[in-house]
Write a protein that binds this ligand. Structure first.
Ligand SMILES: Nc1ncnc2c1ncn2[C@@H]1O[C@H](COP(=O)(O)OP(=O)(O)OP(=O)(O)O)[C@@H](O)[C@H]1O
Length: 302
C-alpha cells in the first residue's frame, strides 16, 4: 500500500507510505515503531479509513475500513484528542457509545471511567481536565463496546509513570480478553512490555517485522561478573566464556535451568558471583541499528 499526500493543483506531494506491506495477526499485541515522519500515523489512519491509500488496499477484521460495521468493532485513541470541553465524561462516553451503535450503558461507562482512574473526576467538565486525564478519557472511549481491535496512537502521552503502569495493565487485560492491539508509541520500553510483535517503519517502508523476542536478539545471553580469586579454567569448565573486562564472563542460556547449572558449577569451584544481567539488545538498539542500516542503504542507492 502507498500513500502520497497531494496538495490541490500541485503535481508533486509528500510520500508518506511507499509499498507498505504489513499483516497484523489476530489476537496479537502489535507495536509499530520508527522515527518521526516515518508514516506511522498515516498507516494508522489508513487502518481506520480516515486516510485513503493512493495505491493498494487495507483490510481490517476481514472487511473494509470504510464499512461502518467494521469501524464499530474498532476502538481508536488518536494522537491528538479533540474532546468537548463543556461536557462531562459520562455524556462524552454515552455519545461515543451511541455513535458506535451500542445500547445505552451508563453503569458500564462508569465502570470504564473507574478502570482508567477517573472515578474522582466523573462530575467535572472535560475542559478542566489535565492532559493525562484527557488521555485516560480517550482510552475509556476507545474501550467502549469491547472492541475486537484496539488502535492506540501514543496512548500514554502526558500520563504520569504510575498511570502508565495502570494503562499497560489495561492493555494487557484487553489482549488477554482476545482483542488485537495495535500500538504506536515512542516509548520503546512500553512497546517492549506490552507487545509480542513489532514492525519497524522508516521512510514509509517496513524495514523489519517479527516477534519481539526474535528481534531483540541475544536475549538468551547473560553477563556474569565474578570476584577475583577464581581461575579462568574453572569458570570455562563451568560453561562461562571469558569477556574483555576483568572478571566478566558470558554464558548462553535460553533456559533458566541451564543458567543455574553453570552458576552452581562456578560456585562449586569457589567462584563468588557479584553481578548477573541479561546481555540482550533492547528495542532501542534494534531500532537504531535497523534505521541506521536503512539510511545507509538509501545513501548507497542514491
Ligand atoms: N495531512 C498531511 N498532509 C501532507 N503531508 C502529511 C500529512 N500527514 C502527514 N504528512 C507527511 O507524511 C509523512 C509521514 O507522516 P506521519 O505523521 O504518518 O509520520 P509518523 O511516523 O506518525 O511521525 P511522528 O512520529 O512524528 O508522529 C511526513 O513526511 C509528514 O510530513
Amino acid at each position: 500500500m502507498s500513500k502520497t499526500y497531494r496538495r490541490a493543483f500541485r503535481k508533486t506531494g509528500t510520500v508518506a507510505l511507499r509499498g507498505m506491506d504489513l499483516s497484523v495477526p489476530q489476537g496479537s499485541a502489535f507495536g509499530l515503531i520508527g522515527p518521526n515522519g516515518a508514516g506511522k500515523t498515516t498507516f494508522i489512519k489508513s487502518i481506520l479509513g480516515i486516510v485513503q491509500p493512493t495505491e493498494g488496499a487495507v483490510r481490517v477484521l476481514g472487511g473494509s475500513p470504510e464499512d461502518a460495521r467494521i469501524r464499530a468493532r474498532i476502538g481508536y485513541l488518536p494522537e491528538r484528542l479533540h474532546l468537548p470541553h463543556a461536557w462531562t465524561p459520562t455524556a462524552f462516553l454515552a455519545t461515543v457509545g451511541r455513535l458506535k451503535g451500542l445500547a445505552p450503558d451508563p453503569a458500564g461507562n462508569l465502570r470504564l471511567l473507574e478502570r482508567v482512574g477517573l472515578s474522582d473526576a466523573v462530575g467535572r467538565k472535560i475542559g478542566g481536565y489535565s492532559k493525562g486525564m484527557r488521555q485516560r478519557l480517550g482510552l475509556a472511549a476507545a474501550l467502549i463496546g469491547k472492541p475486537d481491535l484496539l488502535v492506540l496512537d501514543e496512548p500514554t502521552d502526558g500520563i504520569d509513570p504510575m498511570g502508565r503502569m495502570e494503562v499497560r495493565r489495561i492493555l494487557q487485560e484487553e489482549v488477554q480478553r482476545g482483542t488485537t492491539l495495535f500500538l504506536n508509541s515512542h516509548l520503546l520500553a512500553e512497546t517492549e512490555r506490552v507487545c509480542d510483535r513489532v514492525a519497524i517503519l522508516a521512510d514509509g517502508r517496513v524495514l523489519r517485522e517479527g516477534r519481539l523476542d526474535e528481534l531483540v536478539r541475544g536475549a538468551s545471553r547473560w553477563l556474569a561478573r565474578f570476584a577475583p580469586g577464581v581461575s579462568v579454567e574453572a569458570l570455562t569448565q563451568a560453561g562461562f566464556v571469558q569477556g574483555r573486562a576483568d572478571g566478566v564472563y558470558h554464558v548462553d542460556a535460553g533456559d533458566p535451568a541451564v543458567l543455574n547449572v553453570a552458576l552452581d558449577r562456578a560456585r562449586a569451584a569457589g567462584a563468588l558471583l557479584v553481578e548477573l544481567r541479561r546481555d540482550g539488545m533492547d528495542l532501542e538498539s534494534v531500532l537504531l541499528g535497523t534505521v541506521g542500516a536503512g539510511a545507509s542503504r538509501v545513501e548507497v542507492a542514491a
